[in-house]
Design a protein around this ligand. Structure first.
Ligand code: 5RP
Length: 232
C-alpha cells in the first residue's frame, strides 16, 4: 500500500532534510519546484538562519516567492556563474537508470535549464515515486507554444501518445507556465526507451521542452518505510 497523507509528507521531509544537510557553506544552490522541493527550501532556510551562506537559483516563481519569504538570498539563472548543486523533486524515478519524469508542477523548462547548468542534480522523493519504467504512472508533460498548439499535439499523437491539454479547474482554461506557454500531458504508457522518445519529442516544431530528464540526475535520495536511502 502506498503511504498517504501525513506519512508521505513525513517521507518527503526526511528526503529533503537529508539533501539540505549536505549543502556546503558558500554553495550556489538550484531550488526545485513542488511540495518536496519546498521542504528542501524550508530546510535550507533553517540552516541559513543558523549561519549557512548560500545563494539560491529558483526554478519557478512559486519557489522564488517561498525562498525569498524565508530569507534565502537569490539570483537568476543568467546571473549565476556556477551552480554547485540543484535539489529538486520528481514525479517518477526509474530505479535502474535514475532517469526521471518531471513537470507535473508545471515548471519543467526552468527545472531542466537549472539542472543542466548544475554540477550536481540531486532528486529527492518518497518511495511512491520509484518505477521500473518511466510513464508507468504519469503522462509526459510537454511544454509547447500556445500558438497552434494542436500542431505539436498531433505530432505527439503520431508518436503513440494520448494527448491532453493541461487545464485549470473549475473553468478549464489552459494552464499557463511561468514562461507563458501551455503544457500537453502525453500518456505513452510505460516507456521502453525514454532516451529515444525524448529525442523524438524534441524534434517536433512547437515543442519547447519535455519532462523526461535523461542522464541528468547524479543522485536520488529516497525516503521509505525503512528510512532514507541514496541511489547513485
Ligand atoms: C514540478 C516538478 C515536481 O518536482 C514534481 O511534480 C514533484 O512534485 P512533488 O514533490 O509535489 O510530488 O517536476 O514541475
Amino acid at each position: 500500500m502506498p503511504p498517504e497523507g501525513d506519512e508521505q509528507t513525513r517521507r518527503k521531509r526526511a528526503a529533503a532534510e537529508r539533501a539540505a544537510s549536505a549543502v556546503q557553506d558558500g554553495a550556489v544552490v538550484g531550488l526545485g519546484t513542488g511540495s518536496t522541493a519546498e521542504c528542501v527550501i524550508q530546510a535550507l532556510a533553517e540552516r541559513v538562519k543558523e549561519g549557512l551562506r548560500i545563494v539560491g537559483v529558483p526554478t519557478s516563481l512559486r519557489s522564488e516567492r517561498l525562498a525569498r519569504s524565508l530569507g534565502i538570498p537569490l539570483i537568476d539563472l543568467q546571473d549565476a556563474t556556477r551552480i554547485d548543486v540543484t535539489i529538486d523533486g520528481a514525479d517518477e524515478v526509474a530505479v535502474g537508470t535514475l532517469d526521471v519524469l518531471k513537470g507535473h508542477g508545471g515548471a519543467l523548462l526552468r527545472e531542466k535549464l537549472v539542472a543542466v547548468a548544475s554540477e550536481r542534480e540531486v532528486i529527492v522523493v518518497d518511495d511512491t515515486k520509484l518505477v521500473e519504467r518511466l510513464g508507468s504512472r504519469f503522462a509526459v508533460p510537454v511544454e509547447v507554444v500556445p500558438f497552434g498548439w494542436r500542431v505539436p499535439a498531433q505530432a505527439l499523437e503520431a508518436l503513440g501518445g494520448r494527448v491532453a491539454l493541461r487545464s485549470v479547474p473549475p473553468e478549464g482554461e489552459p494552464f499557463v507556465t511561468d514562461n507563458g506557454n501551455y503544457i500537453l500531458d502525453v500518456d505513452f504508457g510505460p516507456i521502453a526507451n525514454p532516451a529515444a522518445l525524448a529525442n523524438e519529442i524534441k524534434t517536433i516544431t512547437g515543442v519547447i521542452e519535455h519532462g523526461l530528464f535523461i542522464g541528468i540526475a547524479h543522485e536520488v535520495i529516497v525516503a521509505g518505510a525503512q528510512g532514507v536511502e541514496v541511489l547513485t
